[in-house]
Design a protein around this ligand. Structure first.
Ligand code: CA
Ligand code: CA
Ligand code: CA
Length: 419
């Protein structure tokens, strides 16, 4: 097994060496194939876009390849020393990193001009040991710069921290400010869930400043760049976000769009994937009502009431509770928007269909208060006091797992809508 793998590596390395010299795109010949999860493989998939750059005009000298340092923290120094001793022998460097099992993909060692000075740096994604293609491999992203005849470590992603399972996403002027940027990720897997953190570093200024703070994180994500809003500047698109444990509750994936704002990448929009769970229908309606989009909220609550094809998460009693809550919310929305007849009809629908549900009491209380004094704010406050002393009111939405939002008594009738 071992000898076959070694032969494969040698073939890959020879191929890569000759292709890199031709200045063409390097296909990803070697790729994690065994135990890594789909997410880990996905994290390794994006294709960097190296520019064709010439190595510095030096004649490499053959020096012995140093053995793998015992301590991963010694890798950068050993790499830099080897490059200086060998006069920048890139093929030797690839062979050395290969012998250390430090490279997982051909494209984990690139000669690319990341600081826009016209000379190619050596960009490396190294791991402590790639033999098992396992998860939680310690690694780093390094840039070694051939400054004035001496190679020096220009950038190291980890600094004092530890980075697991690094992967290069893109090398390009991603924010279109005229300077090259590096985008890479690290992925850490816990007992249930793998979280990937994306970093974007502007390197073209030569300063290597992070444009993403401590990084942008999501679970089970396949990050990529795409011009989502058509303004000519790519956004970072993160799609994923589920949690791998039953205790998290019902799950749906989402897309988060991170946009360059001139200083950093900021979350511009979150879009949830479609889900057939009744719970999410109600959750989306709640979000719409809080955003003042009463029309969408009313449509979603109505669908929650009328569509028996929507699935419950744990048990059928969920449906009874969520439908009663939705009928109450419909009555509230129509009161807010002045549709008194609709508000009354929805109240009556709740009272006749579900007279024993806690929300029959809630809607009655709302209406009694509103009819005594036509102020929705004070009626809503009264509902809030009732909910505070009747925990079962908030419980209809409170127990959907730690991966989902909480729901409290003061959200039963959101007083913010009237302030
Ligand atoms: Ca350069
Ligand atoms: Ca840039
Ligand atoms: Ca854009």
């Amino acid at each position: 097994m071992k000898s076959k793998r070694t032969l494969y590596l040698v073939v890959v390395l020879l191929l890569a060496g000759s292709m890199a010299g031709c200045g063409i795109d390097i296909p990803q010949l070697a790729r994690a194939t065994s135990t890594a999860t789909a997410t880990l493989q996905a994290a390794a998939l994006p294709t960097p876009t190296p520019e064709a750059t010439s190595p510095p005009a030096e004649t490499p000298t053959t020096v012995p390849i140093p053995p793998r340092p015992d301590d991963f923290e010694q890798y950068p120094d050993t790499i830099v020393r080897y490059l200086n001793d060998s006069g920048g022998d890139e093929d030797g460097l690839r062979a050395m990193l290969g012998s250390w099992d430090a490279l997982r993909h051909v494209t984990d060692l690139l000669r690319v001009d990341v600081d826009d000075d016209g000379t190619g740096e050596l960009l490396m994604v190294v791991v402590e040991q790639s033999l098992d293609y396992g998860i939680n491999l310690r690694g780093d992203v390094l840039v070694v710069d051939p400054d004035s005849d001496d190679y020096r470590l220009a950038y190291q992603a980890t600094g004092d921290s530890i980075m697991l399972d690094p992967a290069l996403i893109e090398v390009d002027d991603l924010n279109r400010d005229g300077h090259t940027d590096l985008a890479f990720s690290s992925t850490e897997c816990g007992a249930h869930t793998c979280f990937t953190t994306v970093h974007i570093v502007t390197s073209g200024t030569g300063m290597y400043e992070s444009l993403t703070g401590d990084g942008i994180e999501m679970s089970y994500v396949d990050p990529y760049f795409s011009d989502w809003d058509g303004d000519g500047v790519p956004e970072l698109i993160m799609h994923g976000g589920t949690i791998g444990s039953v205790g998290a509750g019902p799950q749906r994936e989402r897309t988060e769009v991170y946009k360059w704002d001139g200083a950093v990448y900021v979350l511009a929009e979150t879009m949830n994937d479609y889900s057939n769970y009744l719970y999410f229908k109600v959750l989306d309606a709640n979000q719409a009502i809080m955003g003042g989009d009463y029309e969408t909220a009313a449509r979603l609550y109505r669908e929650a009431v009328d569509n028996p094809g929507l699935e419950v998460w744990m048990e059928e009693s969920e449906r009874e509770k969520l439908v009663a809550f939705s009928r109450y919310r419909l009555s509230l929305i129509y009161l807010i928007t002045g549709g008194i007849e609709l508000a009354e009809a929805t109240r009556d629908e709740l009272l006749s269909a579900q007279p024993d549900n806690i929300y029959a009491q809630v809607v009655t209380l709302l209406w009694d208060a509103y009819q005594r004094e036509p102020s929705l704010q004070s009626a809503c406050e009264e509902v809030g006091r009732f909910a505070a002393s009747h925990p079962e009111a908030a419980e209809v939405l409170a127990d959907f797992g730690h991966g989902n939002p909480t729901f409290t008594a003061d959200e039963v009738c959101p007083i913010q809508l009237f302030q």
